[in-house]
Structures are given as structure tokens and as C-alpha cells.
Design a protein around this ligand. Structure first.
Ligand SMILES: [Zn+2]
Length: 107
């Protein structure tokens, strides 16, 4: 598992042991990913799911698939905050040998 603790912009209070929610809400998520950990995340080792149907998909994948995004968000919500990797516009975690990522919409 990647260790980005030192450069994690969303978890600055980790030392204090405060549980901060780093996960976006369902409405804030543009897309989600489920794939093999430690591999390329372009879509060749997993699947991207998109909330909208904009025609411009990061990593290809399925449009209008809020159901899958909900499922992946649910998996990440069950992960202890300190085990989530948050960087830039995404939050990810490895759960039972699978890598899950949610991507925030552009602000
Ligand atoms: Zn790839």
C-alpha cells in the first residue's frame, strides 16, 4: 500500500487522532474506480464509473452509474479514516485485495 501520510492535504490533524472525514459526499463525486491494487489505474486493470454522462471520461468506463459509485463510496466509508489515502481530487483505499477510489468533481 502506498504511504502518502506525509503529504496528505486532507489529514493534517492525524497526529491528534481526530477522525476527519476525508471522503466527499455522493453529490461531490464525479467518478469512482474499482481495480487491482498496485497496478495502472487507467482502466486496464479495473473499472471507472461516472456519475454523469458528459462524454469526457477519465479512464473510460460507464456513464450514469451512480449505483456503482454509491457501492464504492460505501466500501470506503467503512474504512478507518487513517487508512484512507487522500491526495489531490481523489480518496482511495485497498480493501480485501481490491483498490477503490472516488474522484471529486472539480470545485
Ligand atoms: Zn492502464
Amino acid at each position: 500500500m502506498l504511504n502518502t501520510t506525509g503529504s496528505n492535504p486532507y489529514n493534517k490533524d492525524m497526529e491528534t487522532n481526530n477522525e476527519i472525514s476525508v471522503l466527499p459526499t455522493l453529490e461531490q463525486i464525479e467518478s469512482a474506480y474499482s481495480g487491482r491494487p498496485g497496478k495502472c489505474c487507467c482502466g486496464c486493470n479495473g473499472k471507472h464509473y461516472h456519475a454523469d454522462n458528459t462524454g469526457d471520461y477519465r479512464g473510460g468506463g460507464k456513464p450514469n452509474d451512480v449505483k456503482q459509485i454509491k457501492r464504492i463510496l460505501g466500501i470506503l466509508q467503512a474504512v478507518p479514516a487513517k487508512e484512507l489515502e487522500a491526495f489531490g481530487d481523489y480518496v482511495s483505499a485497498e480493501v480485501e485485495g481490491r483498490l477503490y477510489i472516488v474522484y471529486r468533481r472539480a470545485a
